[in-house]
Ligand binder design. Structure first.
Ligand code: PMP
Length: 428
């Protein structure tokens, strides 16, 4: 009998039979509150009625029209609609099926447009699992192991991960930019370097936001040396951070923007956006694929964009994100837990450390498992998997935030011993 490969490791014991909004129901009938949004994919909640009917309607008209042969209306409409939310400079769009695929396209375009081979990525970044994207991924060795030789030409510079270094943001940023310059002076000469590739908020790397000074530093170096600045907004796009795009928090625009996940509420679709001039560097036919820009996925994206706008989900993400972050900080303080609560909008991470400041993946796993027992689905991330990640659908309401915080509070109380919890008891 065939079975699922064990490489598809399951973080929870749940087999889902149906889902609606933020509620997920197991085959055993148990209800869970989903604070993973299917890794940030179900931005409008599971099975939003408007998205469901757009998918059904499109599926009845045209499911697939290979865009090399024909164009179809949902693809053309989506192009126009995305143009309204993308930066004015980034109006030339290319569609693929996954974040990894679109990142491969961005990499290829950077090389095609500059004629240079090397790229610089940032420590803790995740850009996908295909060979090029995995070669640019440094959020965990498990994405790279067994692939050797990885793609050449990838250089890694520090990300301003202040908490990890035990510095403040200014110190971490100064260090990161200094090391970037050192890398350019010693390892990859500017004239050999095609691009800087960065996430506005590290996703798999533990929900660590970049900052304005860092991204401005990248922009300034890109302009000075002729690099392209690529922002991987696969996680941060479509309102997740409380702005439509993650980079809008920092006032720095990329030359190439890649997005996926939250775009369709669940169907496979990704986009690479850039200027007409840059896109023209890709010879016709050098990029593409069988399923890219699938009609049903485009219809789902159009409906998702409507829902995001009509239900004001970007503002909701900012509002609920603040309440959730405050609640997390209260739980951390009540239980005297060492760690760092951080993030933007509804992309919130809680990094757990031992009393002496070391990463504590065991504590994160205990809290996650207890939370599942309390009916709350959470994810773990970070290079050493000690960061609890909360990323509910952008439709989350105040009651659901409260419910999640209560469940998490109970999970933390039962997941003892947590770092510092014992010290709190000793002091009492
Ligand atoms: N970039 C980022 C920032 C991601 O978080 C991910 C997925 N976690 C990817 C790229 C790859 O996307 P996909 O899984 O759709 O290939």
């Amino acid at each position: 009998m065939a079975r699922l490969s064990p490489v598809l490791k399951q973080a929870t014991p749940v087999t889902v039979s149906r889902a609606r909004g933020l509620e997920v129901f197991g085959e055993d009938g148990r209800r869970y509150l989903d604070f993973t949004a299917g890794i940030g994919v179900t931005s409008t909640g599971h099975c939003h009625p408007a998205v469901v009917s757009a998918i059904a309607e499109q599926a009845g008209k045209l499911i697939h029209g290979q865009y090399v042969t024909v164009r179809h209306r949902p693809l053309l409409d989506l192009c126009e609609r995305l143009g309204q939310v993308l930066p004015a400079r980034l109006q030339s769009l290319f569609f693929a099926n996954s974040g990894s695929e679109a990142m491969e396209s961005a990499l290829r375009l950077c090389r095609q447009a500059t004629g240079r081979a090397n790229v610089i990525v940032f420590h803790g970044g995740f850009h996908g699992r295909t060979v090029g994207a995995a070669s640019m991924t440094t959020s965990s060795p498990r994405f790279r192991t067994g692939y050797a030789p990885l793609m050449g030409g990838v250089n890694i510079a520090p990300f301003p991960a202040a908490y990890r270094y035990g510095w403040n943001e200014e110190e971490a940023t100064r260090f990161a930019l200094q090391e970037l310059d050192f890398l350019l002076a010693t390892v990859t000469a500017p004239e050999d370097t095609a691009a800087l590739i960065v996430e506005p908020v590290l996703g798999e790397g533990g929900f660590i936001p970049a900052n304005s000074a860092f991204l401005q530093g990248l922009r300034e170096r890109a302009d000075r040396h002729g690099f392209l600045l690529v922002m991987d907004e696969v996680q941060t796009g479509f309102g997740r951070t409380g702005r439509f795009w993650g980079h809008q928090h920092f006032g720095v625009e990329p030359d190439i923007l890649v997005a996926a996940k939250g775009m369709t509420s669940g169907l496979p679709l990704s986009v690479m956006a850039t200027s007409d001039k840059l896109m023209s560097a890709a010879p016709a036919g050098s990029q593409g694929g069988t399923y890219g820009g699938n009609a049903v996925a485009c219809a789902a994206a159009l409906a998702t964009l409507d829902v995001i706008e009509q239900e004001e989900l970007v503002a909701n993400a900012a509002l609920r994100g603040r309440a959730l972050a405050d609640g997390l900080r209260r739980i951390a303080a009540d239980h005297d837990i060492t760690g760092d609560v951080r993030g933007l909008g509804l992309m919130l991470g809680w990094e757990l450390s031992t009393a002496d400041g070391q990463p504590d993946p065991a504590a994160a796993l205990r809290v996650q498992q207890e939370a599942i027992g309390q009916g709350l689905l959470l994810q773990i991330g970070g290079p050493v998997r000690n960061v609890l990640r909360l990323l509910p659908a952008l439709t989350v309401n105040a009651d659901q935030v409260d419910e999640a915080l209560r469940a998490l509070g109970r999970a933390v109380a039962t997941a003892t011993p947590l770092p510092h919890a014992h010290r709190a008891k000793e002091r009492a």
